[in-house]
Write a protein that binds this ligand. Structure first.
Ligand code: ATP
Ligand code: MG
Length: 326
């Protein structure tokens, strides 16, 4: 009974740990998949949450970018600024850089003994990303084992609440296997990890690909200009059979409607537009124009705040330095 109570995190103080790989600027998938939940969780500090940490995962980014260290180091500040511009508050959430905390690497070495190579190869996220990157048998050992170091990222600071996108669920499942195995061999030490998903846990790419991703270059970035938003929305995948305005159109799998469902707050109007589109008589340009304005309304204040932050990179460096020390 006692063991069960510990494992289900009853009466245990909760710490949030989340992060991004500094491999490029952040996009709307990050915003709706994870950042909005990070912001909601930092506002629960003092109530159900004790502490919140935000990590720039530069070591993890190197696992598939070892030949391009500049890309990783240059993006540390960019990704930190993206999060602050969205509303993650360094006064509430502690920002830190993975490579500045050697204890994470130490813990990773211990965890490496608890996971088999076969299990790593079976992880659906790793499998999928390996395919996407074309690694085949020549996968770097560091990349194959990133779920292990990600487990150390979460556990070293006592983290258990992890706001993530859906693509990370298999990684957290594997992390919990490590927690269980460690606890059963060495005694109750770590709490099980609870993923926190949003209501848009996997935003599709503008090309209709299953996931908007920095690496696939199919995303609208939260720092994009109005012109970039316009260009990307105009290029969005809709219904290839909807050629003339009067043709009946498909709503399922139509990226413009997928985005309107997530980002447009006027649900009744979206339902109305869907009906018109299905019947015929509503053109792609009309729904795209609506989406452009909906997205601009969300992105404009973020872009504005980001431009302010860009003027003072030393201030961001100081935030990261203080977070590393903490
Ligand atoms: P990379 O291609 O370098 O892996 P990425 O776009 O997948 O970049 P990450 O830094 O790996 O971004 O992910 C950071 C967080 O954002 C994770 O919690 C991930 O699940 C979430 N996330 C990333 N892309 C999406 C998406 N399209 N929809 C919802 N959540 C997402
Ligand atoms: Mg990723």
């Amino acid at each position: 009974m006692e063991k069960q109570a510990k494992n289900s995190n009853i009466n245990i103080k909760k710490t949030v740990l989340t992060g991004d790989r500094p491999t490029g600027r952040l996009h709307l998938g990050h915003y709706v998949g994870s950042i909005q939940n990070r912001i909601a969780l930092q506002d629960k500090i003092g109530n159900s949450i004790d502490n919140a940490f935000y990590m720039l995962a530069d070591i993890q980014a190197l696992t598939d970018n070892s030949d391009n260290p500049e890309k990783v180091s240059n993006n540390v500040l960019e990704v930190a600024m993206d999060n602050i511009a969205c509303g993650l508050d360094p006064k509430k959430t502690t920002f830190f850089i993975q490579s500045c905390i050697p204890e994470i690497a130490e813990l990773t070495v211990l965890f490496l003994n608890l996971v088999t190579l076969a299990r790593l190869r079976r992880n659906p996220t790793v499998k999928n990303e390996m395919k996407q990157k074309g690694f085949g048998e020549d996968v770097p050992a560091g990349f194959l084992s990133y779920p292990i170091s990600q487990t150390a990222d979460i556990l070293f600071c006592g983290g258990s609440i992890v706001p993530v996108g859906e693509d990370q669920l298999p990684v957290l499942e594997q992390a919990n296997e490590i927690v269980d195995k460690f606890n059963s061999i060495y005694g109750e030490t770590f709490s099980r990890i609870e993923p926190v998903l949003s209501n848009a846990p996997r935003l599709v790419g503008i090309d209709g690909n299953a996931k908007a991703s920095k690496s696939l270059g199919n995303a609208i970035y939260i720092s994009d200009s109005y012109e970039e938003i316009k260009r990307k929305v105009m290029a969005m995948y809709t219904d290839p059979e909807h050629i003339h305005v009067n043709d009946p159109g498909k709503v399922e799998g139509n990226v413009v409607f997928t985005y309107l469902d997530i980002f447009d707050t006027d649900k009744a109007e979206v339902a109305n537009l869907k009906q018109q589109y299905k019947k015929g008589g509503l053109g792609d340009v009309a729904i795209k124009n609506r989406l452009i304005e909906v997205l601009e309304k969300i992105i404009a204040p973020i872009r504005q705040k980001r431009l302010e932050l860009e003027k003072n990179p030393e201030k961001i460096m100081e935030i990261l330095k203080q977070g590393n020390e903490k």
